[in-house]
Ligand binder design. Structure first.
Ligand SMILES: Cc1cc2nc3c(=O)[nH]c(=O)nc-3n(C[C@H](O)[C@H](O)[C@H](O)COP(=O)(O)OP(=O)(O)OC[C@H]3O[C@@H](n4cnc5c(N)ncnc54)[C@H](O)[C@@H]3O)c2cc1C
Length: 357
């Protein structure tokens, strides 16, 4: 803050970049009410500092001029492979490169960024940030092997044999299922967000879910001119999405219906049941349950499901038993946030440095 006040923006940018190389991104996509803004000490008596705006101003400018440099020789001569070029892989690559390692990144997608490029829509995060990391890595000589699926095109055992260390940051892309009849007719949110124009969606769209993915899917559909609804099983307060995103979705024209649980997907719509909150007699946690006999068909042209995602269990299983393979990001934790992916990459990199130094 002092550097910012003194107008030393490059020094401030460097400080932020060293702590979190994705601060130009997290300052835009973090749920700041939960983090910096929500915890500001001025919250009690005055207005909290809008730190994320300051961070965006500093880091947003710094990212585009930063050139990677070797900072130490702790990992000099070590060859390290990263699987996944999402936030975890990008952050790890930067710290490993700075520590002297020879870094190669593998990704099944053609370009870098993971969810930042292929999930979060451009109206929320400009793709120029992913482009900046691509350029920074190319300039530094960090090799990117796109269109390469680890587990299929290259085995983990090959990576473990070829490299001194491997970090698996393969994300959590496998959709959870509703387990209801007709579900195969639904469109999955992640493929839809990756390439919305590839889907011939109907005039009325229903999105099921209440998380960030559901909000991005409904906001994308409404921007495509569709009448868009979000149906959610519980209340607004229970929605895991960043509340600002829910408000923005409403402002975009998305309509919401809560206490609705899908029970069947039909050709012309979705059968929902009403739900209610019930307080157990023993005073335990409130549970949301379906009210029997309330089945009703809601017509729609397309159903998009955005319930939850999980890591590829086969790939996870294939990683076991190697003492030079680390896990990071959503692949380690399950679906989380960009800043948590960066934090877990830092832990993996520190453990690798500790092993070799
Ligand atoms: C639509 C959406 C919106 C979100 N919005 C927010 C938000 O607003 N704020 C926030 O903080 N978080 C948000 N998140 C969560 C956040 O994006 C993730 O927590 C974060 O991207 C995790 O980073 P990661 O590097 O672990 O994985 P990812 O970003 O998922 O990257 C994983 C990479 O691994 C690659 N990969 C997967 N399998 C293989 C394989 N077998 N071989 C090679 N490469 C492979 C993938 O192609 C991908 O590039 C959102 C997530 C989604 C899906």
């Amino acid at each position: 803050m002092l550097l910012y006040r003194q107008d030393c923006l490059d020094e401030a940018g460097e400080m932020l970049f060293r702590n979190n190389p994705l601060s130009a991104v997290t300052s835009q996509v973090c749920d700041w009410k939960k983090f910096c803004y929500g915890h500001c000490v001025l919250n009690v008596k005055q207005n909290p500092v809008r730190w994320y705006e300051i961070e965006q101003e500093i880091s947003g400018a710094y990212l585009f001029k930063h050139k990677l440099e070797r900072r130490t020789n702790e990992l000099e001569g070590k060859k390290i492979a990263l699987v996944g070029a999402g936030p975890a892989g990008i952050a790890a690559a930067i710290w490993l490169f700075e520590a002297g390692a020879d870094v190669t990144i593998y990704d099944s997608n053609p370009r870098m960024g993971g969810v930042l490029r292929y999930g979060i829509p451009a109206f929320r995060l400009d793709k120029k940030y992913c482009d900046a990391y691509e350029k920074m890595f190319a300039d530094a000589g960090i090799e990117f092997k796109g269109n390469t699926e680890v587990g299929k095109d290259v085995t983990i055992s090959h990576l473990s044999d070829t490299y001194d260390a491997v970090i698996m940051g393969a994300g959590a892309e496998f959709p959870a299922t509703l387990g209801i009849p007709g579900e195969e007719k639904a469109v999955q949110a992640l493929p839809f967000l990756k390439n919305p124009e590839a889907f011939n969606i109907g005039k009325k769209v229903i999105v099921i879910g209440g998380g960030n993915v559901a909000m991005d899917a409904c906001r994308t559909a409404v921007r495509m001119g569709r009448e868009t609804w979000v149906y959610y099983r519980k209340t607004f307060e229970n929605m895991p999405a960043n509340p600002t995103e829910v408000e923005e979705a409403k402002a975009d024209g998305v309509q919401f219906k809560v206490f609705q649980a899908p029970v069947e997907v039909k050709a012309d719509g979705v059968v929902f049941c009403d739900c209610e909150n019930v307080v157990p007699e023993d005073g335990g946690r409130v549970v949301t349950r379906i009210i029997e006999g309330t089945e009703h068909l809601v017509e729609c042209g397309t159903l998009i499901t955005a319930i939850s995602e999980k890591p590829d269990e086969i790939l996870l299983e294939a990683c076991r038993g190697y003492d030079n393979v680390w896990l990071a990001g959503d692949f380690l934790t399950g679906p989380a946030t960009v800043v948590e992916a960066v934090a877990s990459a830092k832990t993996a990199v520190n453990e690798i440095i500790a092993k070799f130094v």
